[in-house]
Design a protein around this ligand. Sequence first.
Ligand code: FMN
Length: 366
Amino acid sequence: MDLSIVVNGMTFPNPFLLGSGPPGTNARVIAKSYDAGWGGAVAKTVSLESAKVVNVVPRYGKLRSKTSGEVIGFENIELISDRPIDVWLDEFRQIKKEYPKHILIASIMEEFDKNRWQELTRMVQDTGVDAFELNFSCPHGMTERKMGSEMGEHPDLCEEVTAWVTEVSNIPIWAKMTPNITNIKEPSLAAVRGGAVGISAINTILSVIGVDLNTLRPMPTVEGHTVPGGYSSQAVRPIALRMVSQLALGLPQDVSISGIGGIECSHDAIEFMLLGSSTVQLCTGVMLHGVKMIDELKEGLEKFMVDKSFNSVQEVIGKSLGYFSTHMDLVQKMKAAKRTKAGEASRDNEWAQKDITEKTAELTSN
Ligand SMILES: Cc1cc2nc3c(=O)[nH]c(=O)nc-3n(C[C@H](O)[C@H](O)[C@H](O)COP(=O)(O)O)c2cc1C
């Protein structure tokens, strides 16, 4: 079945992309993912001066299910790429030469300086990459240099920086937004005013993964200390889905959305598509399960499309958005369906009649 989709003029063989991070950290791993069948890749974020990027070890932490041990949440305090820009430029060229039909998106980030952003844009664009993703969202480390989410939290900066890049770029620009903000629509709309044609969401959520009760040290612990980091993996998916739906309902129709956050299988990816994402990106999922997970992603989407009689991926995008409403409207709809009694049957003063866990189960839909 044809799983291709055209987004901002780019033809993706399927909507599944590697998200910026370890899965796209050099040409070798990106090539492997193309060979495995991924529709495209957003490379690890690059900047002009890799010498300023110094990582720590350990830099990851996991939250596990208490019953099964499965990883449900993941924190990282990793920075952007620590590889020299010249090496990256060679690799971008090499990837585009060897895989001309695969979509390669370069993620870029710089300090708040027009010359630096435009220099980086020109250099990277010359390699033949297909699009840019502006990293306005890395929530830790880079923020100490006023980069990443330090920009993404300020709509005026998002607009200005996107306009700098737009001025010298002739390929599509996506802006990757931070969830560490009250209303993700505001900086996203600002980036669109600056020239972005796509929004990627979400980057990681600021977090502290836990505290070691033996040492009393918060984790991940580096020489006895830590900093809050970025939270990803399954646990963030509901938050990401909410933000993606708000974007899909609030951005101009022609702005594409690349949905990100806790996707680990086709079911998760389809949820993002139904809420308006024309592509989806996976980062932690690939780190935990490997690039071969693309097989299930493609098979699961194909099966879903056959079962539900969708003829193209495009038809799936945004199909569930019409079902969001207001609370008041839900109450009215229950009245119209003559189900008002259902609401009354579980008024707050009846909670004492049954065990609280039973009452919780009674009111849960899945
Ligand atoms: C170890 C790690 C490194 C990351 N590095 C970057 C990065 O360099 N640039 C970027 O835009 N996002 C980066 N991210 C964020 C991911 O691309 C993604 O937005 C986020 O993790 C949520 O998706 P996921 O649950 O599929 O991982 C990183 C995430 C992780 C876990």
